[in-house]
Design a protein. Structure first.
Length: 128
């Protein structure tokens, strides 16, 4: 059972995070008319703030136990937005003064992500 505990906590946190993301996106996007995706933008920024606070608490005060990390950092933040994980990993590279790796990771993630999204979209349009 101990081996399953992290998976269960990550799953519960991820479910709550995903539902929260959807609700917040609906709340924000439903109130504004804009071509800019305010709902997704707000979720990504809120997730980055939250993961920063949680990782800061964990690293400075060691207030966050492994089960709480699994539930909130990996699960909730991961379900809420993967952009928060991307941001905290980028910050880690900057803190380690790994600037070349940071720019490769940051730029590569954005460019590769957009590229493969376009490729997947294009493949489906051609095949189906």
């Amino acid at each position: 059972m101990d081996l399953l505990k992290p998976f269960i906590l990550v799953g519960i946190g991820g479910m709550i995070g995903s539902i929260s993301r959807y609700a917040l996106q609906l709340l924000i996007s439903g109130r504004t008319f804009s071509l800019f995706p305010w709902g997704t933008f707000a979720v990504n920024i809120a997730g980055c703030l939250l993961i920063g606070v949680l990782v800061g608490l964990e690293s400075r005060h060691e207030l966050v136990s492994d089960p709480l990390k699994w539930l909130f950092i990996t699960g909730f933040c991961g379900g809420f937005t993967t952009f928060s994980t991307y941001s905290i990993e980028g910050l880690g590279l900057l803190q380690q003064q790994q600037y070349l790796l940071f720019f490769g990771y940051a730029g590569g993630s954005v460019i590769a992500g957009l590229l493969v999204t376009f490729m997947g979209y294009s493949m489906v349009r051609v095949i189906l």
